[in-house]
Design a protein around this ligand. Sequence first.
Ligand code: FPP
Length: 232
Amino acid sequence: MTTDRVPTHLGIIMDGNGRWAKKRGLPRLLGHRAGLHRLVEMVRLVKKQGIRYFSAYAFSTENWSRPQMEVDGLMSLFRHYIKRRVNELKEEGGRLRFCGRRDRLPADLLEMMRWAEEETRSRTAIDFILCVDYGGRAEILDAVNALVASGHTGEVTEEDLKKFFYLPDVPDPDLIVRTSGELRLSNFLLWESAYSEFYFTDACWPDFDEPELIRALDDYAIRDRRYGGNRS
Ligand code: FPP
């Protein structure tokens, strides 16, 4: 069996902003800024392709260990994005959602995130999911702890646990793209990617343009997805 032509849920690991900047003799933060421009464009391109859910890995649970200046710069970019771009996302039918831990981000940013989620809640053209302070292991642990705290007794099924994930209603990603030539998952959607297809490109994230996206989607469209069975 081949895939439906277009993934329902696309995940992207946006890697290579630092190398993109270094190649140009620029500070790393300008690489992240270029990455943000690319991301804003990508939401439109992904929606144009008919993809219903788009998750982007913007800040991992491990990224806190980066130099404070870089962490602060990334937090400012998140604020900038919410302030400047949420209204146009909303007008285009986009719903903004955040996926990740909510206990370590700056309070003002958390407030802005809640506002943006509320503001766009009724939009249905695309769910744009920003994974911020996200880690797959943290998500599984948080779900286990929440399930235990709920007083659940007896055997735990996948469905029982999934209810406690950050975004339980979002379907698993069909395709995960990683840019910049690294061949790793880096703690992105660990549980949800059990049967995802993977696509890797050498392009650094700020260079991941429409032709790159089309190449990834064309490659996905001819994959043979068997989900562990033999459904050819
Ligand atoms: C990985 O590249 C990228 C990140 C850790 C940050 C990704 C963030 C953005 C694209 C900006 C997003 C902004 C908003 C508002 C969502 P890297 O720095 O690890 O690159 P390197 O491996 O080349 O050093």
